[in-house]
Design a protein around this ligand. Structure first.
Ligand SMILES: Cc1ncc(COP(=O)(O)O)c(C=O)c1O
Length: 457
């Protein structure tokens, strides 16, 4: 049960949490006895943590844009942990995996394999600028750790500037640069030299420039770079997956500030690389090239954990006396086959353009809803990385936290799954293979759910 003295709202930054009263109420109403038994087994064997166990429900199947629970309820998945750019179980990805498993299913260290080389070369050919060097890892957090080590090795400095509210993974090094209390608080001393600055979120920005953002937040990054004088890198998500969409000039300014102060720029595009925003890499929208780009999630075709660090040629200097990654699955041929197949599908099926078209269509529908429901404070997005912010008061920016959670459960009841970030932002990240009919169905569900919650207010 929820401890009533616990302030749970500040824990809602990364996603909706599993200890809220509404969650308990929903479970009692919608989870049958058989499913409760499986949830209980999960509860008894897994370590409990916010955002997972105790879990919400039990899945039986996933296919295309849908997850399907053990009672056969189909939910359009606008969450998918952002691995599902191609939806689930894309036949071309599955075929590539099966084919690869039949020959080389693993690659022992000290050896390489053609499919890993092919994926690395493909990524280099797609990446902007001279991001010519690749190192794979079995997950985004690990790849972020490699980026931090390379920044230290290359600059001889250790300080990092990163953003409040950001997420770069849950390990100790990643939470040191991350900016969310749910991961950081009570975890003891974190990495030294990690400083945080406000993210480019004009609605809740401490500089209070509001709608007419004057980029004070980017000036402040330069201010800290100058005061410290020896910062190794600025690390940030190109677009926070909440999402906050930085203004057009934001990254150009940060890029220049990094160059002026000898700091590297490391961009984390783990959740939206390879097409979610309508470009293979999100930094392409901003016309800049970072010194390192970290990708993951969809890179494994929605099946395998696979992430990658792309670095500029001149950063290829950790050899021969330093190891950056050394992960067991560094060149896993099956994961790489899945990644190569996923990229091929994105290219041959024109999914980048489709992501832009579907994103525009969905945002139009949501903007239309915003004219009818005062609860909707803001709609934003880039391609199919979309957010709807629910506010109690547009002028003060007061977050509609209970209402956002209620909308999420109302959507689940109607067959749409997504997560809520920062307590009040409906974060909508469908597969980029989504059809127009599926998108319209999702928007109908969203609209009906917002109407239901608005009426009850
Ligand atoms: C922006 C960002 N960085 C890093 C990570 C960590 O990736 P992984 O869970 O693969 O370790 C995530 C995962 O959600 C993420 O969203």
């Amino acid at each position: 049960m929820t401890d009533p003295s616990l302030d749970i709202d500040h824990l809602r930054s990364e996603g909706d949490i599993n200890i809220s009263p509404l969650r308990q109420k929903w479970s009692l109403q919608h989870i049958d006895e058989e499913t409760q038994k499986v949830l209980q087994e999960d509860n008894e064997v897994f370590l409990h943590q916010s955002l997972s166990t105790p879990c919400l429900n039990v899945l039986e199947k996933c296919e295309g844009s849908y997850i399907i629970d053990t009672r056969g309820r189909r939910l359009l998945d606008f969450h998918g942990n952002n691995v599902h750019q191609l939806g689930f179980s894309h036949p071309k990805v599955i075929a590539a995996i099966e084919q690869q498993m039949a020959s080389l299913s693993f690659c022992t260290r000290r050896y390489t394999n053609q499919v890993a080389i092919d994926l690395a070369r493909k990524l280099v050919s797609l990446a902007p600028g001279d991001l010519n060097r690749v190192l794979f890892a079995p997950g985004g957090t690990a790849a972020m750790g490699m980026a931090l080590k390379l920044a230290r090795a290359a600059t001889g400095r250790h300080k990092i500037i990163s953003m409040w509210d950001s997420f770069h993974g849950a390990s100790l090094d990643a939470i040191s640069i991350g900016g969310e209390a749910i991961f950081r608080s009570g975890m003891g001393p974190l990495l030294p030299g990690c400083e945080h600055v406000p993210p480019p979120d004009n609605r809740h920005c401490p500089f209070k420039c509001g709608e007419k953002c004057n980029l004070s937040c980017s000036d402040y990054v330069e201010y800290v770079l100058e005061k410290e004088g020896d910062v190794a890198a600025v690390v940030a998500e190109t677009v926070r997956c909440t999402p906050f969409i930085p203004p057009a000039d934001y990254w150009k300014r940060i890029r220049k500030a990094c160059d002026r102060h000898g700091a590297l720029l490391i961009l984390d595009e783990i959740p939206h690389c390879l097409g979610r925003t309508g470009r293979m890499f999100t930094c392409e929208h901003y016309g800049i090239v970072p010194d390192m780009l970290v990708i993951g999630k969809g890179l494994g075709g929605g099946v395998f954990p696979l992430a990658g660090l792309l670095a500029r040629e001149e950063l290829n200097q950790a050899m021969p006396h330093k190891a950056l990654g050394h992960y067991t699955h560094e060149k896993n041929p099956v994961a790489c086959a899945a990644g190569l197949a996923a990229i091929e599908v994105i290219e041959t099926e024109g999914l980048l353009d489709h992501a832009i078209d579907m994103g525009e269509h969905a945002r139009k529908r949501m903007q239309d809803m915003a004219t009818r429901f005062p609860l909707i404070g803001d709609i934003r997005g880039l391609g199919l990385l979309m957010g709807m912010e629910l506010l109690l008061d547009k002028h003060t920016g007061e977050r509609a936290i209970q209402e956002a959670e209620a909308v999420m459960y109302a959507c689940l009841n109607r067959g749409l799954n997504f997560k809520v970030t920062m307590g009040n932002i409906l974060t909508l990240t469908p597969p980029i293979t989504i059809t127009r009919d599926e998108m319209d169905h999702a928007m109908d569900i969203l609209e009906a759910s917002i109407a239901e919650v608005s009426q009850a207010m």
